[in-house]
Design a protein around this ligand. Structure first.
Ligand code: MRU
Length: 347
């Protein structure tokens, strides 16, 4: 399985997701600012993966901070990483987890070298746990897919979007490992083409059958009766089960419901934001409109075109058949079922 991100003595190494599939190249971030730039520039992307990157960013930042100014630098490191992308709550979750560990070490009187070492170990644990969590999501999700199902997915919620294995694609992997010959239909996911570039590439590495669709083919396919289920990831899930995910997910969810196709969201508990009552409160990232008017660096709209680029949308809970987590599957009413799973996870 492809390595999305790795802690090495030379820095935080990431596969460059802006260059796939044409080039399989790796970027080494030598300080926390480079980690922040990599998150903002989408060298690394996908909610759980940017949570891991943020944790490693904090660890490398503290490793290099002045010993006599540690608290102030820790604050600056966390603020810089938190300002990269607003929607995926896993980013903030990763930073908070590192902050808590730092504060515990500080109040226990640990020396600076021990703090540095322990934060590097904590970041590594965030990565290792993420892979284990995804395997758990996979097992719960695989049970929902019928034999030989053709599964539609949107964006990339695979190994590349996580520490490894994937959430939505983890469900596919677990189904296949369990002997179910499922096949994937991947929406290309304009404008960044996570589906065409990343999902197809990643599935091909594992010889998992995948068929590419442009986004505007989704309705036709869902109506055709060929698709047994939709499985997507999430960037943030509000307390009522509204789901923020890659732009275009909402349209797929509505089309799925209209055509009687179950629409599943696969995500770790760290993607839940129970502090938000509904999806209306989820901040939606606005990215550079040039990513819409240009495709892979090539201008496709007339120069001077006005474009918009909301990078995520919110799918209201009524379109979500179930939310698959590492602690089990939540169904409506989500206010209760999500809370129960969150309690299970903190126990
Ligand atoms: O802008 P991106 O590529 O970071 O958006 C990623 C998505 O929307 C994914 O579907 C989501 O983060 C879940 S990844 C397991």
């Amino acid at each position: 399985m492809v390595k999305t991100i790795e802690w090495t003595p030379g820095g935080v190494v990431m596969i460059d997701q802006t260059r796939l599939p044409a080039e399989e190249t790796y970027v080494t971030c030598k300080d926390y600012r480079e980690v922040a730039d990599a998150i903002r520039g989408m060298v690394i992307r996908g909610a759980p993966a940017i949570g891991v990157a943020a944790a490693m960013g904090v660890a490398i930042g503290v490793a290099q901070a002045a010993a006599d100014n540690l608290d102030a630098e820790m604050e600056e490191i966390c603020a810089t990483l938190a300002a990269t992308r607003p929607t995926a709550v896993n980013l903030f979750w990763g930073i908070e987890r590192m902050k808590k560990r730092y504060q515990a070490l500080r109040s226990s009187g640990a020396d600076v070298d021990a703090i540095r070492e322990e934060l590097a170990a904590e970041a590594q644990r965030v990565l290792d746990e993420d892979i284990a969590i995804n395997r758990g999501i996979g097992l719960h999700g695989a049970a929902l897919l019928s034999e030989g199902a053709q599964v539609m997915t949107h964006c990339n919620a695979g190994a590349l979007a996580t520490g490894g294995y994937g959430t939505a694609l983890g469900v596919i992997r677990a189904a296949i490992e369990g002997g179910n010959s499922v096949a994937v239909f991947a929406n290309e996911t304009r404008p960044f083409l996570q589906g065409a570039r990343l999902t197809v590439w990643e599935l091909q590495q594992d010889n998992i059958p995948v068929t590419l669709l442009t986004d505007n083919m989704a309705g036709h396919l869902l109506h055709s009766g060929k698709i047994g289920a939709v499985v997507v990831g999430a960037d943030r899930i509000a307390g009522n089960g509204d789901v923020a995910n890659k732009i275009g997910t909402y349209s797929v969810a509505v089309l799925a419901k209209e055509n009687g196709v179950p629409f599943y969201v696969a995500a770790p508990i760290s993607t839940l934001d129970l502090s938000l009552a509904s999806g209306d409160e989820i901040p939606i990232e606005e990215r550079d409109p040039a990513e819409v008017t240009r495709l892979q660096g090539v201008q496709v709209a007339p120069l001077g075109t006005t474009a918009m680029h909301p990078a995520f949308d919110v799918t209201p809970n009524r379109y979500v058949s179930a939310i698959i987590t590492e602690h089990g599957v939540a169904r409506t009413p989500y206010v209760e079922s999500l809370r129960e799973l969150a309690v299970k996870s903190s126990a």
